[in-house]
Ligand binder design. Sequence first.
Ligand code: CP3
Length: 342
Amino acid sequence: MTSKTILRALAGETQPVPPVWMMRQAGRYLPEYRATREKAGDFLSLCYTPDLAAEVTLQPIRRYGFDAAILFADILLVPQALGADLWFVTGEGPRLSTVTAQSDFDALKPADAIHETLSPVYETIRILSRELPSETTLIGFAGAPWTVATYMIAGRGTPDQGPAHVLREGDPALFDALIARITEATIAYLSAQIDAGAEVVKLFDSWAGSLKGDAFDRYALAPAKRIIAELKARHPGIPVIAFPREAGPAYEGFAKATGADCVALDNSVDAAWAAEHVQKDGCVQGNLDPSLLVTGGDALVAETKRVVDAFSGGPHIFNLGHGITPDADPENVHRMLEAIRG
Ligand code: CP3
């Protein structure tokens, strides 16, 4: 049995103190991140410069000693590797060229062409495999097909994923072809991350909650199932974490239906409910409200302990319910860790 606490939780072990990491743990709330990002010039240069991407991945490990490091990259590198234009507007977020017509889709590259663009990411992973402390688990990741498609179709983030729903209803053949292309690219990308040294991979389906009923099964559940089955066939023993954010009641049974080793819970899910209905099937990750790292105080400590207690009867990886925000106080992360580890 490995001594890495994250891998032990993913294998189903209940531990007296849960292992912990945070979504977006390398980010703008850390002064050392802002300094390295400045050095890189812009966010995408940071993602594609292996030495600097490895450096920002390591920063929160040095500062806090988290049990896992997550590769520094972005889910939108895959659309870029498929041929979309991608840029980030400061203060606003990502912009992409859009895929709304057959001709846009026909201009995309085949899935196996992504490595030309993404090879620096694999180099980042190789550096991290050498430099991480021996007890720290390296997590690779990709966006899930639905979430990636919402950005490719709208060309930006949207509050309700409206353009993607319009295409899904209006031109299901084109929409399905796009989902299939992203699914194939995601398998190729995560498989290459594992070959480079990722020990766990996570699929971020940030907008899964806007899919309901059959659409959830078809576009959140089925692609995750296909990706996980293919990864398990190629890399037996590499655990997969699925994050169908805001899936609500559909969190129940998601791990079994997709083959995921762990589901990550967002902070809209009641921890006591999830312990009963989701953790019964295996490891769960989550789910502290990230706004508590902004506000701090007694509520941060009390809520952290409540999450730890709620999941103490089974395998659990402590995390936030979504990414830490730029206005969070780095000292509050120490308070959270103190409440978890004592
Ligand atoms: O978690 C980590 O520390 C690893 C790195 C990581 C980033 N993005 C770095 C990043 C991961 C795992 C992601 C995932 C990601 N990217 C998601 C899924 C998770 C989620 O948050 O729901 C999504 C939807 C994206 C797309 C994306 N990237 C958006 C919408 C934005 C702009 C919003 C923002 O926070 O500025 C980004 C930029 C981004 N990705 C930043 C970071 C650290 C901020 C960029 C900066 O330094 O200015």
